[in-house]
Write a protein that binds this ligand. Structure first.
Ligand code: FES
Length: 87
C-alpha cells in the first residue's frame, strides 16, 4: 500500500493493494471525474506535486510518464511511499 496526500487540505489517504487511487479517494469522499478506468481516456488526469508515480496507463507518452508530474489515478499507483496530488 501507499498513501496519497491532498495538497489543498493536507489530508492523507491510504491506498490498499486491492484499491485504486480513485476508489480509495472516493471512499474518503473525494470524487475525481473518471470514465474508462483503464488508463485510456485521460479523464482522470491529475497533477502530481511530489512522489514518484508507478504509471500503468496507455494515455501518457513515455516522456510525459518520465516527467512524473501527472498520473492517471484510475490505474496508476506509486513507487514512493507517498504521492502528493494537486487536489
Ligand atoms: Fe480513463 Fe482514468 S478514467 S484514464
Amino acid at each position: 500500500s501507499f498513501e496519497v496526500k491532498l495538497a489543498s487540505s493536507g489530508r492523507v489517504i491510504k491506498v490498499e493493494k486491492d484499491k485504486t487511487i480513485i476508489t480509495a479517494l472516493a471512499a474518503a469522499g473525494v470524487e475525481i471525474p473518471f470514465s474508462c478506468e483503464q488508463g485510456v481516456c485521460g479523464t482522470c488526469l491529475t497533477r502530481v506535486l511530489e512522489g514518484v508515480p508507478d504509471h500503468k496507463d496507455n494515455y501518457l507518452t513515455p516522456e510525459e510518464q518520465a516527467a512524473n508530474d501527472q498520473l492517471l489515478p484510475c490505474c496508476s499507483r506509486a513507487r514512493s511511499p507517498m504521492l502528493v496530488l494537486d487536489l
